[in-house]
Unconditional design. Structure first.
Length: 171
């Protein structure tokens, strides 16, 4: 969804992933390119993909790699932490963070006020629907969780609750 919103806003997007397949899917969805965060030096490789190699204005970090992601930011850039499944701790060089004038924000289910400002547009903007990676019947919710935990999803993983199942429970 972040790619769809960024494309609609006219932003240039670079992604990271542990999978070249996911990077290819992101490029198909509108990203300019990407790097594998499993490779050494990936923050510098990503930074080299930013305009003028100056670093990124904004990094959305859904897995908790912000101690590495900060190396790809431009001075005064911002990281928004959307999750934390990659690590429990994130040691940082406090001086370079401070002198880089970076912002580090957390977002927990849309609760960060600075991220909920409505977009200012003088024309309607078309936003592509989020990608559906896979659908699971509700009775296979545990399998859906295992699928999500493997870290290879691109888009939404949807639990389907059929009308027949609903009707059986109502009757």
């Amino acid at each position: 969804m972040a790619i769809a919103l960024a494309v609609a806003a006219g932003a240039a997007i670079t992604v990271t992933s542990s999978s070249t397949e996911i990077i290819e899917r992101a490029v198909s969805a509108g990203a300019r390119g990407g790097v594998l965060h499993t490779e050494p030096g990936w923050p510098e490789d990503a930074r080299a993909m930013s305009p003028s190699d100056a670093g990124f204005d904004l990094i959305l970090d859904p897995v908790g790699r912000w101690n590495e992601s900060v190396r790809a930011l431009r001075p005064g850039g911002r990281i928004v932490v959307l999750g934390a499944n990659a690590a429990e701790t994130a040691p940082m060089d406090v001086r370079s963070f401070y002198f880089g004038q970076f912002d580090l924000l957390r977002n927990h289910h849309g609760q960060q006020p600075g991220l909920r400002r409505p977009a200012q547009h003088d024309r309607p903007v078309w936003v592509r629907a989020p990608a559906i990676d896979r659908r699971f019947p509700l009775d296979r919710a545990a399998e859906a969780h295992e699928y999500l935990e493997n870290g290879r999803t691109f888009g939404k993983c949807v639990l389907m609750h059929t009308w027949e199942t609903c009707r059986d429970r109502v009757d």
